[in-house]
Design a binder for this molecule. Structure first.
Ligand SMILES: O=C(CO)[C@H](O)[C@H](O)COP(=O)(O)O
Length: 228
């Protein structure tokens, strides 16, 4: 196993220790969240009693394969704890997410969660967000219009493609991956993006994170941030 994979697994296993019996647990999407789902599956098979809510169809399938009981989001007013990955994070708890295309579900579930634990390998830590392009979920027919508006915000976007076809989210929307350079004021940018017609959601997660657990070599570093 590569060092990066080891760091992901270490962070994921450390996060799973925060789960207690009878909790509603949000399950993230991506290669780091995968390790958390595997560990939760193991604990469920050993008698842990929780219900989980997945952040994507992919995670839903994984959780079902692991025998993790699932609950519908419509039935919930709050989630106790969510464990999810990130594409970039700062020690202050600012994130870029959506590399896996699940940012809309992830943001809904993060906003419903009392505690959000982000798990990552050490390559994800940055001083300033923006090296990773910001994923922006858009209504397909508004793509061209949103790309033009983003240019006015100094954002250079490309429509996400996978294997030669346009990537579609679980909701049937498209993703623009947008380069804003290093982002001096993520809150101001998030406000601009929130105001763009045709944008469904964006990958700047600025006030949801409670704790980040980052694998580094053989250990796990913890960064805490209070949810506003
Ligand atoms: O936001 C996400 C999916 O939409 C993922 O959490 C993010 O892309 C990190 O993925 P990985 O753990 O595979 O690096």
């Amino acid at each position: 196993m590569s060092t990066q994979s080891q760091e992901k697994e270490l962070a994921a296993k450390a996060a799973v220790q925060f789960i207690t019996n009878h909790q509603i647990v949000g399950l993230g999407t991506g290669s780091t969240a995968y390790y958390a789902i595997m560990e939760i599956g193991r604990l469920v098979r050993n008698g842990m009693n929780i219900k989980a809510i997945p952040t994507s169809k992919h995670t839903q399938r994984l959780a079902m394969e692991q025998g993790i009981p699932l609950v519908e989001i419509a039935a919930l007013s709050a989630i106790d704890l969510t464990i999810d990955g990130a594409d970039e994070f700062t020690a202050e708890g600012l994130l870029i997410k959506g590399g896996g295309g699940a940012l809309l579900h992830e943001k809904i579930i993060a906003s419903l969660s009392k505690t959000n634990i982000i798990i990552a390998d050490s390559s994800k830590r940055v001083d300033k967000l923006g090296q990773f392009r910001v994923p922006i979920e858009v209504i397909p027919m508004a793509c061209g219009m949103v790309l033009n508006k983003l240019r006015a915000l100094a954002g250079r976007g490309t429509l996400r493609q996978t294997n030669g076809t346009t990537f579609c989210t679980d909701e049937g929307n498209y993703i623009l991956d947008v380069d804003f350079g290093l982002i001096d004021d993520p809150c101001a940018l998030a406000q601009e993006l929130d105001g763009l017609v045709g944008v469904v959601e964006h990958g700047l997660f600025l006030n949801t994170t409670t704790t980040i657990l980052m694998g580094q070599g053989d250990s796990v570093l913890r960064f805490d941030r209070q949810k506003k």
